[in-house]
Ligand binder design. Sequence first.
Ligand code: ATP
Ligand code: MG
Length: 654
Amino acid sequence: MAAPDPRRTESLPLTTVVSPGLARSRALNRSALEDPNRFWAPVADELHWFERSGPLFEPTDSPPYGRWFPQWTSNLAYNCLDRWRGTPRWHRVAFHWEGEPGDRRALTYAELHRESERFAAGLRAAGVGAGDRVTLYLPMVPELPIAMLATARIGAIHSVVFGGFAASALAERVRDSGSRLVVTADGGWRRGKVVELKRTVDEALRATPSVEKVVVVRRTGQPVASDRDRDVDYADFLRLGRGPVAPVPRTGSQPTYILYTSGTTGRPKGAVHGTGGYMLWSYYTMRSVFGLGDADLYWCTADIGWVTGHTYVVYGPLLTGATSLLYEGAPDSPKPDRWWDLIERHGVTVLYTSPTAIRSAMKHGDPWPRAHDLSSLRLLGTVGEPINPEAWHWYFREIGGGRCPIVDTWWQTETGGILISPQPGLAAFPLKPGSATLPLPGVDAAVVDEQGRPLPPNEKGLIVLRRPWPGVFLTLWGDEERYREVYFRRFPGAYYPADFCLVDDDGYFWLLGRADEVLKVAGHRISTTEIEDALITHPAVAESAVIGRHDDLRGESPVACVILRPGHAPSSTLRQELADRVRATVGAVAVPSAIYFVEKVPKTRSAKIMRRLIRDVVEERPLGDTSTLEDETSIEEARRAYEELKRELARPPP
Ligand code: ATP
Ligand code: MG
């Protein structure tokens, strides 16, 4: 079978000089690996430490095979806020916030500091101390970063649970972390409706004995049930304690937070991030990748409930003194141009979002962004999935006006920050649409075969990280064994991210989809992404999801769910065209045995396709865990489309 060539588009020489940037990036990568202590010392000097004793980096025999700042002490909240006192940043806006109904609020660094310190005093008065866990279940309102910073200030550990999760998913995460306090809101706005967060908390807490107190932010103002002994209004909570609250020094290996992965592949894993190393990595990657200056208004659209929101909405921007936009609601509320309107009105200069968001904007159509002046933008970013060339080009042309480089950033919840990406803040070099380009300094990435043998250029294999980088996660909460098993057993001595990858002749990395989503068709291993990428090259296709159905003869056979763009209707001709396209680009063996036209596919709350649920529908199995699902209706629609197709196929030909 002919292997697909992911590099279907030639490289675009952007506003950069070719070789010096590449050479510089490679040299920085090498020197950080050769002598981590020397390389990172001046970066660490830009941050505040209470005490520096012992080595900055120390190799260890057990996973993750090294410790960062093991005895140095620091505090993340201090570095995000207090560090700016007495500088011009102190009175600059940290967050321009806009609610979905259009209400606005701006918070300077000084104001964020004041309010988070009052919240920290409340936490202390409520008996929460260093090492205690606090669950934050909030909409995208300023109180969320405030509560995170307050928790970090007193050395407690936050666990942010995405505000779209149902009660059972929330309860599972509260129980797993053993949180003593939960912060929530009466509700949050989403597509003009109130998401009733407090009600969900009440339901979840029936089965979570560890929780003593619930702090309730008034966001929507609708009445909510209140438990006199347990619940306290946010405004009252701020008056509970007395400041100032000295930041609690934490060593590099003491946790700052727990964050559960999106659960695309199974039971969510509670990734634990430390303090010094995580802080250095958030700071350094934020600067290297986005290179913000005083004139920038930066917007990362991720929900704070995901790692992208932790590192690139809250910690990275505050550590670098950025001014950011924070938006509460849905991208298409009240109309599909909400984002473009926000960018125009606020003058956003850097936009960081996901391929899924880009594809859904494409689906709404070009007139929506075209109706707005997006000329303030200078840099675009993506994260979360491989970006297909069509979406890359649309983003480049329609949103970036053909002017803005795109940083395609590869990383994971577990890695704490970006690992492979263009680095315009460090060294500008040419981009290739669909490639995350080069590893950042200190990232020792390689592509290996199933046995762990390094592969030559242009051969697809598994990406491994052979040395710990500063942002590496410390463990899985309460499950060190699973930590070692999932991430470090497959290739001894290295971290295993479970993603496919290929390095080209220029040393550019092409991330080719999840290694945990592969079909085995008649002995051929085909990644679901390859087939999806082929389908999406057809002009009628907005999005697709491919899964493997059990097949007695071939082991598995590919089945595709396809979402069409407006103006295109399902037909057997179209089905044939799609099959032909897969045959031509991937190979005959990859042609789907069925193509279903659907309105939606099931996605996690972080907008990743949940292929295991589609498989359940297609194979008529009972549905597995749906707690991280975006929208129950999508699975129903897939089921309906499936039933329709079955009926259609059962009809005798005319
Ligand atoms: P779980 O581990 O619970 O199944 P998840 O892996 O979906 O959930 P995240 O940590 O949010 O949760 O996602 C990381 C994954 O997202 C990466 O392993 C990779 O597959 C994909 N990814 C992220 N950024 C990129 C990118 N720029 N290019 C290609 N893939 C990416
Ligand atoms: Mg993962």
